[in-house]
Design a protein around this ligand. Structure first.
Ligand SMILES: *Cc1c(COP(=O)(O)O)cnc(C)c1O
Length: 440
């Protein structure tokens, strides 16, 4: 047993007798999620003024509150106003402030949705929203518009529409289960869903995005792991934002998952006054790799409504990346990304390492500020690529790889394409051209 005294106290207050013995039961945790200010005050001993309560009530009417007893137990009561766990779990009136650039659906997930539950943005992979609920409502949720909307898990019939869409689209080789939290579903439903997706021959990998190891680590049971093992290759991405969240319980959950053979990744969000500090992020990524979790993405906070107080300038993210590259293991380094508003997808951001160029030399700098040169090869015979792979000297096993179309910048670079520029359709210049054409 690894309860601490705070956990014992909270468990006892929730349910005199069975609280403590049920602490590690995830269903018990779910049933007793903290959803009101009064309950929060009672369980933590933190008290708000009447005025604060008024404001918080308004906030929770718009964006509801839900915290697992476990995550609640991590709050530092003595210093809750600065506590990263408190700030992620418990709202503030600032959520009601919306600024002009903020959007309900900044990533246009709904516009890129061909059928209910699916966001199809990239050529070869889809996001499949398989649950509408979470155990904890992160205050910084990018899908804040949906939080607490209608708490439900889609029926098999509803999920079947998404499964059919994937099954009818042979280019989809990667299915990312998201939500809400997919692990809010009961085991038998996850079992069913994974088995249906696994039946689709062109799906190579399945990924699950879940915050359970952070907010409800007891959800990672031996039974769940045994069941999910049937569906390898299955990748799991979780969402730690601060080293304080990596507790004995979450380490145990991560270790079960890693032992089950699931490659583990982590997606953090850069959050003002929570983790916008190179030392905090470095401590976090070190703790993650120690627990066999590969830092995958560090997200710039999205432009969702009610998140302005969490946003940092992009410069903060670049400063953090500067403090990681070279200074620590490449394995511990996430890719810093901005999810482009309007649905453009994730754009990676890095400090600049190329300083200058000539025809035969590149000038680079390293993390220490050393400036160095790389001499280009004297002889390099560019191979004109006309995409005639059968007659190319390089070997490509065509049985395994389908021809893929070059799009975007890749197309500009391709020898096989005549396209020399990408031009927005609605510029005045383009409109004038069209008008001229009409006059001819
Ligand atoms: C993030 C995301 C993915 C997965 O992107 P990766 O860069 O492959 O991790 C897929 N679809 C949508 C809509 C996404 O937002």
């Amino acid at each position: 047993m690894i309860y601490n005294t705070v956990q014992q106290e909270i468990a006892g207050k929730i349910e005199m007798d069975s609280g403590v013995s049920n602490w590690k039961n995830w269903r018990w945790q779910l049933k007793h999620c903290i959803r009101s200010i009064e309950q929060f005050e009672y369980l933590t001993g933190i008290n708000f003024s009447e005025e604060e309560k008024e404001g918080l009530k308004k906030t929770f009417e718009r964006f509801p509150l839900s915290v697992t007893p476990y995550y609640l137990s991590l709050i530092d009561r003595e210093n809750y106003e600065n506590d990263p766990v408190f700030k992620q779990a418990f709202g503030s009136m600032q959520e009601l402030v919306t600024v002009q650039s903020e959007l309900k659906d900044p990533l246009s997930e709904e516009r890129d949705s061909p059928v209910e539950g699916i966001t199809h943005r990239y050529p070869d992979r889809v996001l499949f929203h398989v649950s509408n609920i979470c155990s904890m409502y992160c205050r910084h949720c990018t899908r804040k518009r949906k939080v607490g909307d209608i708490d439900y898990i889609p029926s098999k019939k509803q999920l079947s529409k998404g499964i059919k869409y994937i099954s009818d689209a042979p280019q989809i080789r990667d299915v990312l289960l998201s939500g809400g939290d997919p692990l809010m579903m009961p085991d038998h439903k996850i079992d069913w869903l994974l088995s249906e997706i696994r039946k689709i021959p062109h799906v190579e990998i399945i990924r699950i995005g879940t915050r359970m190891p952070v907010v409800l680590p007891y959800r990672i049971t031996d039974e769940l792991v045994e069941m999910m093992k049937k569906y390898h290759p299955l990748w799991i991405n979780t969402h730690f934002n601060h080293p304080r969240e990596i507790t004995a319980s979450s380490r145990e959950a991560l270790s079960k998952l890693a032992d089950g053979g699931f490659p583990l990744g982590n997606q953090s969000v850069l959050l003002a006054d929570i983790n916008d500090c190179p030392r905090i992020i470095k401590a976090l990524v070190h703790k993650l790799v120690k627990n066999r979790v590969r830092p995958y993405y560090l997200y710039q906070c999205d432009l969702s409504e009610g998140l302005s107080h969490f946003r940092t300038p992009i410069g903060k993210g670049i400063e953090i990346m500067e403090s990681l590259v070279g200074h620590t293991s490449g394995l511990a380094r996430p890719t810093y990304v901005i999810d482009a508003p309007g649905g453009g997808g994730k754009i990676p951001i890095m400090p600049n390492y190329i300083i200058s160029w000539s025809t035969n030399k590149v000038v680079l700098r390293n993390y220490e500020g050393v400036i160095t040169t790389y001499k280009e090869p004297d002889r390099y015979e560019p191979r004109m690529c006309d995409r005639d792979c059968e007659n190319c000297k390089l070997e490509l096993n065509l049985n395994e790889y389908d021809e893929s179309k070059a799009i975007g910048i890749e197309k500009l670079l391709a020898d096989s394409s005549d396209v020399i520029s990408l031009i927005p359709e609605d510029t005045e210049r383009m409109q004038r051209r069209e008008e001229h054409a009409g006059q001819d």
